[in-house]
Design a protein around this ligand. Structure first.
Ligand code: ZN
Length: 145
């Protein structure tokens, strides 16, 4: 098992190799110098999705949502709160399925919000419907343990 992990910067999307032992020590991006973890879900488009989900080595929990979806908007602050608890072990991300319909179609997202947990680029779990921060955190941890 490697003692470093490839973490993709949520700001400039540069890949950063971070020693596992330093993951919790507020690492910064080598390119843009901003924090690699700031308790905010990162908004992904088609290109940055590839980098974060397929290339990055952190598990990525993606919220597939849309601006017109009321339950999605209600869940947004809960998802942010979950990011604060799940980082730096999990990257939380959002895909706006209205702006990125191809990503929603690729993963056969039929209702929103849908949460999909990816690990090493592969889907490991998904759940549909809005939930609170505690429920999101508990579910993600149970899938990764
Ligand atoms: Zn950066």
């Amino acid at each position: 098992m490697s003692d470093t992990i490839l973490v993709v910067c949520p700001h400039c999307h540069a890949p950063n190799r971070v020693p596992l032992a330093r993951l919790s020590e507020a690492p910064v991006c080598g390119r843009c110098k901003r924090a690699l973890f700031d308790a905010q879900p990162v908004a992904l488009d088609a290109a940055s999705f590839e980098t974060h989900v397929m290339r990055g080595e952190l598990p990525v929990l993606v919220d597939f949502w849309a601006p017109w979806c009321g339950p999605c908007r209600m869940m947004a602050p809960q998802f942010e709160a979950a990011a604060a608890q799940l980082e730096p072990r999990v990257r939380l991300a959002k895909v706006n399925t209205e702006a990125e319909p191809a990503l929603g179609a690729r993963f056969d997202v039929r209702s929103i919000p849908t949460l999909i947990l990816f690990r090493q680029g592969r889907e490991v779990a998904r759940r549909a419907g809005a939930s609170g921060a505690a429920g999101i955190v508990r579910w993600a941890r149970s899938q990764l343990s």
